[in-house]
Design a protein around this ligand. Sequence first.
Ligand code: ADP
Length: 506
Amino acid sequence: MSSNSPYILVLDQGTTSSRALVFHMETGQILALAQKEIAQYYPQPGWVEQDADEIWLTQRQVAREALAASRLQARDLRCLGITNQRETVVMWDALTGRPLYPAVVWQCRRSAGLCEELNRDEVWVKEMRARTGLTLDPYFSGTKIAWLMRHLDPSVSPGQQPLRARMEKGEILVGTIDSWLIWNMTEGSRHVTDATNASRTMLFNIQTLAWDDYLLDRLGIPRGTLPEVLRSADDFGESNADFLGCSVPITGVMGDQQAALLGHGCTDPGMIKNTYGTGCFLLANTGRQACFSRYGLLTTVAWRLEEGPCYALEGSVFTVGSVVQWLVQTGLIAVAAESGPLAMSVADTNGVMFVPAFSGLGSPYWDAQTRGMLMGLTSGSGRAHIVRAALEAIAYQNAVLLEAVAADAGFQPRVMLVDGGVAQNDFLMGFQADILNIRVERPPSPEVTAWGAACAAALGSGFLGGVAEGPSLQTPRVFEPAMEEGQRKHLLEKWRNAVACARSWK
Ligand code: ADP
């Protein structure tokens, strides 16, 4: 490695694409970016898969492309960082390097039956929540792995040892996407992950920061198959020479939402970021103590560094970019970017309320049954009112999330940092600031998540000495709240009423 180089290559393996970016760490500048989409497979309703080989090969391809576009050589890089879609699992044969099954993606609901079984064991569920900070849901990796074991056992090694025995011996390995990439990059010499990714598996104790035997036993998952859990900035091995031309140390790994929290510079307790993509992911830094939620939020490891862990509360809104896409799909707008100006062309929604619960309601309701509802329509309701109501609904849902954060963590945040495609909507960000009654800040660079991974890698390689040392991203666009308090309360009350109506409709 180049010991004083400021260049860091980040692999950003997301749900829809594999991306790679080269950063100059002193300026935060992006020298190059390459991206390739990956295919999604829906073999049954509610099932979502990806091709694990495609994930690895596209990631390798874009890493090479970004490096070439930056006009640097691998030897010019200081280190590599990785950020990735969380919870998605791959199971592979360590002897052949072949995946045993497609990657089971975080959205996949195939282990819902298993979750129902587990849900009958109240003591276990209570223990699981206390140990992992999560709720019992097919979303997390644990029951996906257990499903794979049940499904593959008869077929994987006919005439050989059962799957479980091979997993125990480490002949069959399982891991999240970061582990799968690193195992391939190091030609099978390292089976590792970081604490942020581990904290999304439902198998990791976020207090002891280790795999938890109580949880593993109940799901029948042997420890020997799991990766070693390292800090988020650590020695994850070196990529083999074939990957980029010469070996480069891998020194930072973080799950995507946690990486965005770090990338926004939310390094102090009370700081909040919200990523507005297909759904919203709001994370609040709660500091050294894990804060357990009473309002349906998740507790997660924000990062683990040499000085110890930092925790976050996490909440999500399911339908965000997807409601904008629905507006396009129904012909109400031609493109997503039209939604903001159209919403601003009217003074208000003219009484229209839209509860876009297309796939139920997330935190704090965790209500999978409720469906969307459009209400308050009159002959005066036009498409601008409906579009505005759809955007306002995104802001209301985040207001409810932030109320839960404030109640759980006991602090009232003063600013929210935002990123993601939908956060490019100026109308929505202004309305969001109004309805939260706090400042909303949007950095100019959309690459906050990759930047967080670059910071983790910089810490792991010794380029940075502490989390607060990274150069701050350029001046953000600031949205100050301007709504009168009575109006804000009135609108929030109307929203609660609308949600209650949608939830009572059968
Ligand atoms: P993801 O990472 O979940 O794929 P992105 O952060 O890439 O999501 O955001 C994509 C979403 O942003 C799409 O649903 C798109 O409709 C929406 N979007 C893009 N630009 C705008 C805009 N100006 N206003 C509202 N929504 C937008």
